[in-house]
Design a protein around this ligand. Structure first.
Ligand SMILES: Nc1ncnc2c1ncn2[C@@H]1O[C@H](COP(=O)(O)OP(=O)(O)O)[C@@H](O)[C@H]1O
Ligand SMILES: [Mg+2]
Length: 295
């Protein structure tokens, strides 16, 4: 049954279909009470349970994820309901991204002093630009057009810890997905005035800036970029200086994301189109990556 219109008894039996396997992350977010790997008893399928104190943040996450349930680059919410065994707590059941976060991947490549092949960077960049274009405009891929009524969602917290990887047996590289919509702003929703001003100052171009920062970290194996977009008043000196170590196309795409003036910064839609166009005609030479890379 979608989105928990169940009775309390049904809710409890649904809850009992799962059992906890292990803790993935101890609640670090503002009101996150922990993230667990769980298994469904009947078929051993794996999911993630994110348990979050009931709050505006939990509500924002639920609204955004319920709206965005059909894109390959966005983590899928399976269900969300008040936890039967823990009042004041909301349970999110989500698809499990078995290769963890981009943040952990960056730490591993950093420890091994390893540089990712550019093909993997393009793969991540393209997947994430498609995810952003979908959130911002409702475009499902580069060929599709914009739906007439789309409730734009701005994520506001695109960074390596909120980007997840999921193995894909049909492809050499894992899927790359956007997660953690706790700070998202969705048009048409009213937020607490304390949050609203800041949420409104932050447009889709802020997400594009943050994506550029995450890609720089992925290329360099660092966490050096300040991800806060300059339009939020942060004194920002570290914009992208073209590097001879990467192709001119990738340099160009990073410059377009990391343009300080947000009115001149590329939109997610144009970024997606540009990246797809630059990749067209190119043979996908997907190099095999070392096994340790996935943790
Ligand atoms: N669906 C998932 N699959 C695998 N790991 C996940 C999943 N969701 C979250 N995680 C792990 O938990 C961490 C924190 O999750 P997140 O949703 O960002 O919560 P927080 O509110 O604590 O930032 C992520 O960086 C990732 O390592
Ligand atoms: Mg997070």
């Amino acid at each position: 049954m979608p989105f928990s219109q169940r009775s309390t008894m049904d809710q409890l039996s649904y809850w009992n279909e799962f059992e906890r396997v292990k803790e993935i992350s101890r609640g670090q977010g503002i009101c996150n009470n922990g993230i667990y790997l769980i298994r469904r008893r009947r078929d051993d399928a794996r999911f993630v349970l994110k348990s979050v104190g009931i709050s505006e943040i939990a509500e924002a996450e639920k609204e955004a994820l319920s709206y965005l349930r059909s894109h390959d680059s966005i983590v899928k919410l399976i269900d969300a309901f008040v936890a039967p065994t823990r009042p004041q707590t909301m349970a999110f059941i989500m698809e499990y991204c078995d290769y963890g976060s981009l943040h952990s991947l960056i730490n591993r490549i950093n420890r091994h002093n390893y540089r990712l092949p550019e093909h993997f960077i393009w793969h991540a960049f393209c997947s994430l630009s498609c995810g952003l274009a979908y959130m911002h405009y409702g475009i499902t891929d580069y060929r599709s057009s914009r739906p007439a009524h789309w409730r734009r969602i701005v994520h506001r917290d695109i960074r390596p810890a909120n980007i997840l990887l999921k193995s894909d047996r049909h492809h050499r590289y894992p899927r790359v997905l956007i997660a953690d919509f706790g700070l998202a702003h969705m048009s048409g929703l009213t937020y607490h005035p304390q949050f609203n001003g800041e949420r409104e100052r932050f447009s889709g171009r802020g997400d594009v800036w943050m994506l550029g920062c995450a890609m720089v970290d992925l290329i360099l194996g660092t966490s050096g970029m300040t991800p806060i977009p300059p339009e939020l008043g942060q004194d920002c000196r570290d914009c992208w200086a073209p590097s001879g170590e990467i192709s001119s196309g990738l340099n160009l795409a990073l410059e377009a994301c990391l343009t300080i003036d947000n009115k001149k910064r590329v939109s997610s839609k144009d970024l997606m189109l540009g990246l797809v166009e630059m990749r067209q005609g190119e043979r996908p030479k997907r190099e095999r990556l070392p096994e340790w890379i996935w943790g």
